[in-house]
Each structure stands twice: as C-alpha cells, then as structure tokens.
Design a protein around this ligand. Structure first.
Ligand SMILES: O=C([O-])C(=O)C[C@H](O)[C@@H](O)C(=O)[O-]
Ligand SMILES: [Mg+2]
Length: 450
C-alpha cells in the first residue's frame, strides 16, 4: 500500500436500503408504498467512517459495487483522482434519447444520476474528519451560511382504500404527530393542500412551498396555488408540473399568476419539433416569472444550451446529478452570472438531507429554498443525529466531515426491508392501476386526467 500523508480507504460497503412512502402523485403516476436508496460506507486507515447516499435500484447498486477496486487502498486526499478513475473506467447507461429526464420516465433517471457521487460524499466525509473541518468548508469558496432555507414540498396524495390494502401503504392515523397522521391521507383538493402546508408550517416552520403539479388539470392546480397564497400571503409559492403543459397552456396558466407565483418550475417541454430548451426560452419571453429546472439542464452540455438560449433562471443542481463539487461549481457560476442556484430532490433518507445541507451551505449568493422529500420520510432516520429543520431552515452540522453518525442497526433494518421487496426499481405506474385500470404514462397528460 502506498505511503501517504492522508489515510487510505480500507473498506467499502454498498448497502441497498428501503423506506416507506405515501401515495404521492406526480406526472409519472403514484409513488409506491416504498422507496429505495443505496448507501456507501467507507472505512479508512485512521479508523474513521465516511458515508454517502444515492438513488436506489439494482442498476445503481451494481454500478457502485463495480467501483470498489478503484476506491480501496487509495488515499482519501486523492478523492478527485479516485473519481476521475471511476469516470474513465466506469460504465454508462446506454440508450438515452437525448431528452434527459424531460419525459420524467423513471427509467431515464439512470442517465442523470451518477452512482459515484455517493462515493464522493463518503470521501469528503472522511477528508473533512481528517482535516477537522465540516464538509462545506471543503467545497467551492467554503461555508457561506450556518443554516439553509428549505421549502415545504407539497404533493397531491391519493389513498384509495383498495391500493392501500393491496399494496401496503402505511397507515399513521394513530400517530401523536399531526404531520405524520396527515401525510398518509388522501389530499386532492385546494383545501387539503392548504391544510398540508399549514401542518408543515406548524412542524418545520416552512414559509416557502412548492406544489408538485402534473396531477390534476392545470387550472385545478392553479386553484391550489391561489389558495396557498391566500393562506401564506408572505410565502413564496411555486409549482412544478414536470413539463406536462403545452407552451400555449403554460402561458395561459402562468400569465395571470405573475405576482402570485415566486417562480415556475419546468412548465413545458419539447413540442412541434422544438427542444425543451427552445420551448422554455419562448415561455420565458412570454411570461414575467423566473423559470427553474431540474429537467432541461442536468449536465454541463445541457446547461450550455440552456444558458445560450436564456431558457432558465434557476438551476436545481441536485448533487446526485452533478456531484458535490459540480453542484457547488454550478452555484458559483450562476451567482457570477446573476442567476440562481437550488437543488432538486427525490425521496431520500437523512444522509442525503445532511449532504444537501453542506452543499447548500457552500453555495455562494442567494440560493432559492432547497427542495427535500425528507419530510415524507421523517421518523425513519438512519442517523443518530439527523439535522433538524426549524423555522424553515435546515441546520448545517458544524462537526468535521458530514458531522453525523450512522446507526447501523437501523441501516440493517432498512436493508432487510429492501431485501423483502418484490422489486427494487421505482415504478410509479404500478399503484396507478388501482386508481385508473390500464393507466399508462403520458408526458403531456396529468396523472389523474385520462
Ligand atoms: O422537482 C422535481 O421535478 C422532482 O422532484 C421530480 C421527482 O420525480 C418528484 O416529483 C418525485 O420524486 O416524485
Ligand atoms: Mg422539478
């Protein structure tokens, strides 16, 4: 083993895990009762443990496992070189049609999620511990803030009894926590969406909200946005239909919402031979609202075209797509150009929550409030010391590395749950069959409009 000034990695474990979810509705259909993730746990020669979390599924699990020989025995200080060797030798998903996740077909996620970012996270955790510095100090221009503004991620939720009984969605109606009770219930009206926001405000103090659209008709969803703005007149409200609306529909829906919406996320997608970036640029010319995306700028090449066309104002640079250093590099560029950084998320455990806290803490300027799905998972934590969200802000741990400790007993329980599942890959069409028999994904039709 090479002599080094920094400890070397002695062990790498890849542990797939699963947790429970609600029947959250999106353009893709309905979330299953469970979600899956992959964990990376590294040990180094100084006896320290570094952790990372990324999307679930067999594809990503195998991709991570195939990296093991490139990680073991390497100095943690050479983490950039380790990632470089993974990029040079790593496998890449084949068959991308060039539209990234514009269609939100979940099988497309593998083109934007890069398994090695979980390894980057675990290495940065180890390096931070070696240097005695929190991870955010190692990124970009270092720590910019002690806490990170976070939004309340609102979803329409189905809870049709048949699907619940057949598929086994959790029932938390006996919980003492009002949010835990509510989050498993059906919420499909403006009144119930406002109730969702109010209960979340009470528990976590959120003042900003994002409603996941692409579920009901655009005008029904705008009714929910209006009701939210009435309930939270000083709150920043946005909606994300994941490109479900046509350009004309998006303009008709959003023009009257200038002054009500704080920004609009991925209102439209490719149509009539024009790319998603061209259509979004035309939308921006027509409507006076900042436009955010996690769909049309998911890598540097897509970002080049998005920027050239001035198609977006806010890039939601999820570190699981862009890498931790890549996401902060994006934050620096956006800040220099007078644009805005934020982060997209999917269902995740508290390791990702902590990692997001560090990335957002290192993002210079004035990032938009961070997305997180974790509120739907709160209570299923894999850490002993999950960072808190209070008054709408996520705490950034100030201990070295990620600054948190993993609870292996809970990890192994989550792994046993994973192993008991019939499938490890996300399939939002499955539960839809209980709501609308024969339901099929259509990137231009909201999930419940058939
Ligand atoms: O901002 C977004 O587009 C998302 O968060 C997309 C995700 O697919 C989300 O809707 C989900 O995971 O269901
Ligand atoms: Mg989005």
């Amino acid at each position: 083993m090479e002599h080094s000034g920094t400890p070397v990695v002695t062990e790498m474990q890849v542990i797939p895990v699963a947790g429970y979810d609600s029947m959250l509705m999106t353009l893709s259909g309905a979330h299953a009762p469970w979600f899956t993730r992959n964990l990376v746990i590294l040990k180094d020669s100084a006896g320290k443990t570094g952790i990372g979390e990324i999307h679930g599924g067999d594809y990503t699990c195998e991709a991570l496992r195939s990296c093991t020989p490139l990680v073991i025995g390497q100095q943690i200080g050479k983490y950039r070189g380790i990632l470089n060797s993974i990029h040079r030798g790593g496998r890449r998903a084949e068959g991308d049609d060039g539209e990234g996740i514009q269609t939100l077909d979940i099988s497309k996620l593998k083109f934007v999620v890069k398994a090695e970012w979980a390894i980057e996270c675990a290495l940065l955790d180890l390096l931070g511990q070696h240097l005695g510095l929190p991870m955010c100090e190692l990124l970009g221009e270092g720590k910019q803030r002690n806490q990170v503004e976070t939004l309340g991620y609102l979803f329409y939720v189905s809870e049709k009894e048949k699907a619940r009984l057949k598929l086994g969605y959790l029932n938390e109606s006996c919980s003492e926590d009002p949010w835990f009770r509510l989050r498993r219930m059906e919420m499909l009206t403006p009144e119930r969406i406002v109730e969702q926001a109010e209960v979340l405000h009470e528990k976590y103090g959120f003042k900003n909200f994002k409603l996941k659209g692409g579920v009901l008709t655009g005008s029904e969803e705008m009714e929910s946005v209006r009701a939210l703005k009435q309930a939270f007149p000083n709150g920043r409200i946005n909606i994300d239909p994941n490109g479900a609306w046509s350009l004309k529909e998006a303009i008709d829906l959003c023009k009257p919402m200038e002054g009500i919406l704080s920004y609009i996320e991925d209102p439209c997608g490719p149509e009539s031979g024009f790319s998603s970036r061209e259509i979004m640029a035309e939308f921006k010319n027509a409507v006076n609202l900042p436009v955010a995306t996690n769909m049309i700028a998911t890598d540097w090449r897509q970002f080049y075209h998005s920027a050239a066309l001035k198609a977006v104002d806010i890039v939601l640079a999820d570190p699981h797509f862009w890498g931790f250093e890549g996401s902060v590099r994006m934050a620096q560029i956006l800040n220099d150009w007078g644009l805005t950084w934020g982060s997209h998320s999917n269902n995740h455990f508290d390791i990702t929550l902590t990692a997001f806290a560090h990335v957002a803490a290192a993002a210079p300027g004035n990032p938009t409030a961070l997305d997180t799905h974790w509120i739907w998972q709160d209570g299923q934590n894999l850490l002993n010391d999950t960072p808190a969200i209070k008054n709408g802000y996520l705490e950034v741990p100030d201990r070295p590395g990620l600054g948190v400790t993993i609870n292996m007993e809970r990890v192994m329980e989550a792994n046993a749950f994973y192993n008991s599942l019939p499938s490890h890959d996300r399939d939002d069409a499955l539960a839809m069959q209980y709501l609308i028999p024969g339901w099929k994904y259509d990137c231009k039709k909201p999930a419940l409009v058939r």
